[in-house]
Design a protein around this ligand. Structure first.
Ligand code: NDP
Length: 391
């Protein structure tokens, strides 16, 4: 019997709310809070159960703390934007409530995501005997759990990890992003980076690619980009020699992105337009389709997983763990596309494990530091079945 507060009524928040409603044996009460109340109400109206809704600006620690005090949740799931991570963690500390999110903090005025700001909360959460779980979506999140599972159950030592992410879906728009456009474009246009032999190696944005054979999708061109789970995994996977992250983009997507960059529409610094300041990427977000709105006509699948190479019983071993998710099936179930779905299910499952004490700890944790077995079991039950394929 637990009460959950979900913050953020976007594409992912919709899935988390549906999934918490499905787990009615655990989440007996749900509160959905976000900046725009009407979005909470629209989601609430679609749920099979009665839920509370609330308006809150999660950047305002006082207002959010007051709401948490009044609502008395057992866990807060943050699926607003990465910009709100620190203020929501601060409010959870103040009110004594465990915290979970799906994306690490980045400062609004600098396209740079790092765990250092959130890891700095570790001692304060530990002193209050509170748990914070970071990055519990699909990637990061499920990919971290795949790594922990491989380390504990499949390998004596893992030497190489390639995290491979393919969205082979088609939403019918000439250009759109699958989650918040601002966060997505900031991530992709950064310099690429991977970790090898104890060092980070940087490359020009989207300058390294290879063809990868994705399960149930087939061969696709994937580009090396930097992704946040690499930062924690290099600390927690023993014997690792290299970790890289690969994501597929269509030529059409990259052409649009290049033009937008060339004309300055992806800039994150303010410019003066007709006498007032605007941030081009925020303006672009207002023009692009809302990621949640892509769901009704989305066809095709996502195929995301980890390819591991290492040693088991003195012999070389290579294997892949992955999930395939169908956009149209997600829409049928919760009116979401697969990118929101694959993020929202693990967030609910992580919170469920926290409130049922299957994930326990005082401090700030990344997913690979927690027991992957109950997490992976529940993913099977709540719509994200995973498979292992020896290579
Ligand atoms: P959306 O933009 O669809 O939704 C974000 C929601 O947060 C909006 O409803 C927005 O409100 C709300 N919000 C923004 N600022 C505030 C604030 N200050 N206070 C309260 N609410 C606020 O994003 P998505 O649902 O696509 O993504 C949600 C999160 O999931 C992001 O952090 C994203 O990075 C992460 N993610 C993680 C993935 C993973 O695999 N780990 C994959 C995909 C996404 P409003 O409607 O008023 O703007």
């Amino acid at each position: 019997m637990a009460k959950v507060m979900i913050i953020g009524a976007g594409g992912v928040g919709n899935v988390v709310a549906h999934k918490c409603a499905q787990a009615s044996d655990v989440f007996t009460e749900i509160c959905l809070a976000s900046r725009t109340l009407s979005k909470c109400e629209a989601i609430a109206g679609d749920l099979p159960r009665q839920v509370e809704t609330a308006q809150v600006d999660a950047d305002d620690v006082d207002a959010l703390s007051a709401l948490i005090d009044q609502t008395q949740p057992d866990v807060v799931i943050n699926v607003a934007l990465p910009y709100q991570d620190l203020s929501i963690m601060e409010a959870c500390l103040r009110t004594g409530v465990p915290y979970l999110d799906t994306a690490n903090y980045e400062p609004p005025d600098e396209a740079k995501f790092e765990y250092k700001w959130q890891w700095a909360f570790h001692d304060r959460f530990r002193e209050k005997y509170l748990m914070a779980v970071l990055g519990c979506g699909f990637d990061p999140g499920v990919t971290n759990a795949f790594c922990a599972y491989a380390q504990q159950h499949l390998f004596d030592e893992i030497h190489y990890i390639d995290i491979v992410d393919c969205n082979a879906g088609d939403h019918g728009h000439p250009f759109a992003t699958n989650f918040n456009p601002e966060i997505n474009i900031r991530e992709i246009t950064q310099r690429g980076k991977y970790w090898e032999n104890g060092e980070w190696v940087e490359v020009e944005p989207l300058s390294v690619s290879q063809e990868i054979d994705f399960p149930e999708v087939g061969p696709r061109k994937a580009y090396l980009i930097y992704h946040e789970e690499e930062e924690s995994l290099v600390k927690h996977i023993k014997g690792l020699k290299r970790i890289r992250f690969w994501m597929t983009f269509s030529d059409n997507y990259l052409t649009h992105l290049r033009v937008l960059q060339n004309v300055g529409m992806t800039r994150i610094d303010p410019v003066i337009f007709e006498g007032r300041e605007i941030v081009p990427i925020k303006f672009l977000k207002a023009l692009l389709p809302d990621p949640a709105s892509l769901a009704p006509n989305y066809k095709g699948k996502t195929s995301i997983g980890c390819i591991f190479e290492g040693v088991k019983n003195g012999k070389p071993k290579k294997t892949m763990i992955y999930n395939v998710c169908d956009h149209a099936e997600c829409y049928k179930e919760v009116k979401a596309q697969a990118v929101s779905y694959t993020t929202g299910v693990p967030a609910m499952v992580g919170a469920l494990l926290m409130v049922t004490d299957q994930w326990r700890g005082a401090g700030v944790f990344n997913v690979e530091q927690l027991d992957p077995v109950p997490f992976l079991d529940l993913l099977n039950r709540y719509g994200l079945p995973w498979k292992e394929k020896p290579l």
